[in-house]
Write a protein that binds this ligand. Structure first.
Ligand code: HEM
Length: 499
């Protein structure tokens, strides 16, 4: 809606607003009257303008776009979004920082969220990823604690580096993600200049009912561009909305950002024989073993007309998949299948799927009914139960996933017993960096850990050392410490042997 001349203001109920300059008063200089119902409505509405912010990823930017298939992957998936080369699907993307609140500065050292919603003809497919291919840990019991340490300290209401690093260094599997966040990629220059990753292992199912495991990759066509810590401090000093501005302006100017989509594919057989646990979110699959297979490209080409309506009210959920794309046993993904729909019910209400940005673009029929904020016809007089004798609300068994073979009894399984290969991948990542990049990694780590207790610093130095001796030595030096006297054996080997 835009403004036009002579528009007439009404109340929520559509009645004319008589005055929007002077309230009704008892006498020329007297107190106001409660019967000025428009004033009451205005104040009450205002009190409810703010909805709960996302508990994490609260600060973000979004835009609409188009996904186009460029390569045939129908041998892996029957998902109609990929059914033919050249096919286009409308989509919405939201990028975000993680730890900051809704008003936080964009150019912070942090992970970036990379959420995509594809409005496919078989329902919405949400891929809710990050700009990093891995995560800090692989068991969802650690998730809320991560947020407690990256957010504000309960007493000081400030960030607490000691708690943050105490937590990270208590989880040796975190080193891979920590290395990425402390590297140049820890501060993307803007959302257009970063890659995106589905991160988890997902599955694809083809027409023949065969399953493969996949990882999703999105590679920026604008090129990777990062800020050093000093550059970021300058940017933040001048502009707290640097990523929002960059994305919004480029789309407004017709310079539409683009990303190419790729998948890595692992057969079930390969998954069984993979050296590491293929469902471990702290690890990548090496491209030399599982090459990137091109799939398509998306461009973002339309800014939302209203930020609140489309970006703030957008709700993404990894549980939103379509036939041909499915889950995997990744423990983290499994927990996320619950967490996001639940967050949407809290943040936006039980009918959040009716908000235009969240609505499927294909016909849909659910027989849930009623609830706060129901804004459609609530299924009118149609049957809202099943089974029934009238053929209504029929399930669609033809879309069943193939059975997934499992092994073992239900129990609490220590992940490390299965896979305690914590340091190989961060070591490889470290060795991929140029000497200058390594120097900045050392310095960023040292700066970030300033004020942290020395025993925690030494724990981190040990982890870095186990990834690559030069990594440990470099971080120690940047902190003004040496490795002299440190026990540099891998303590986690012993933990596993003892189990
Ligand atoms: C946001 C939970 C791990 C990416 C959120 C939200 C919750 C949540 C509750 C707020 C949603 C809302 O209010 O709409 C969890 C849990 C995790 C987990 C329980 C692990 C057990 C991850 C991982 C990734 C990720 C591994 C990336 C690979 C995101 C993104 C958003 C988000 C991008 C912002 C979504 C948006 O743009 O609206 N997460 N998360 N999260 N999470 Fe996670």
């Amino acid at each position: 809606m835009t403004n036009s001349k002579n528009q007439r203001l009404t109340t929520n109920a559509g009645a004319p607003v008589v005055s929007n300059d002077n309230v009704q008063t008892a006498g020329r200089r007297g107190p106001i009257l409660l019967q000025d119902v428009f004033l009451i409505e205005k104040l009450a509405n205002f009190n409810r303008e703010v909805i709960p912010e996302r508990r994490m990823h609260a600060k973000g930017s979004g835009a609409f776009g188009t996904f186009t298939v460029t390569h045939d992957i129908t041998k892996y998936t029957k998902a109609k979004i990929f059914s033919e080369v050249g096919k286009k699907t409308e989509m919405f993307a939201r990028f975000s920082t993680v730890a900051g609140e809704r008003g936080a500065a964009d150019a912070e050292r942090d992970i970036r969220g990379f959420s995509l919603k594809f409005y496919t003809e078989e329902g919405n497919w949400d891929l809710v990823g990050n700009n990093t291919p891995v995560f800090f840990f692989r068991d969802p019991l650690h998730f809320t604690d991560l947020n407690h340490v990256v957010k504000r300290d309960p007493k000081t209401n400030m960030h607490n580096a000691n708690s943050n690093w105490d937590f990270w260094t208590s989880l040796p599997e975190a080193l891979h993600q920590v290395t990425i966040v402390m590297s140049d990629r820890g501060i993307p220059a803007g959302y257009r200049n970063m890659h995106g990753f589905g991160s988890h292992t997902y599955s694809m199912i083809n027409e023949a009912g065969e399953r493969v495991y996949v990882k999703f990759h999105f590679r920026t066509e604008q090129g990777i561009k990062n800020l050093t810590s000093d550059e970021a401090a300058q940017v933040i000093g001048q502009d707290r909305e640097s990523s929002q501005r960059d994305l919004f302006d480029s789309i407004e100017n017709g310079d539409f950002p683009k990303w190419k989509m790729y998948i890595q594919v692992m057969t079930e057989e390969q998954a069984r024989n993979h050296k590491d646990n293929p469902f471990d979110l702290t690890k990548v699959w090496f491209k030399s073993e599982y090459p990137l297979i091109p799939v398509g490209e998306f461009e973002l080409n339309r800014n939302p007309e209203n930020y609140f309506a489309d970006v703030e009210q957008a709700a993404f959920a990894p549980s939103n998949v379509v036939p041909g794309i499915s889950f995997s046993p990744d423990r983290m993904l499994q927990a996320r299948l619950f967490a996001y729909q639940d967050a949407a019910r809290y943040r936006l209400g039980v009918n959040s799927h009716q908000i235009p940005v969240n609505q499927p673009r294909c016909p849909f029929l659910v027989h849930h009914r009623d609830g706060q904020g129901r804004a459609d016809g609530n299924n009118g007089s149609a049957l809202t139960y099943y089974p029934n004798s009238y053929g209504a609300n029929q399930p669609q068994p033809e879309y069943k996933d193939p059975a997934l073979a499992l092994d073992g009894a239900a129990d609490i399984y220590e992940f490390a017993d299965d896979d305690n290969n914590y340091f190989e991948q961060p070591g490889k990542l470290f060795r991929l960096m140029s000497a200058e990049e390594q120097e900045r990694l050392f310095q960023n780590t040292a700066d970030n850990m300033a004020g942290v207790e020395e025993f925690i610093k030494r724990k981190h130095i040990l982890h870095c050392y186990l990834a690559d001796p030069a990594y440990g030595e470099g971080v120690a030096k940047a902190m003004g410490l040496t490795l002299d006297g440190m026990d540099l054996t891998n303590p986690y080997e012993r933990t596993v042997a003892a189990n």
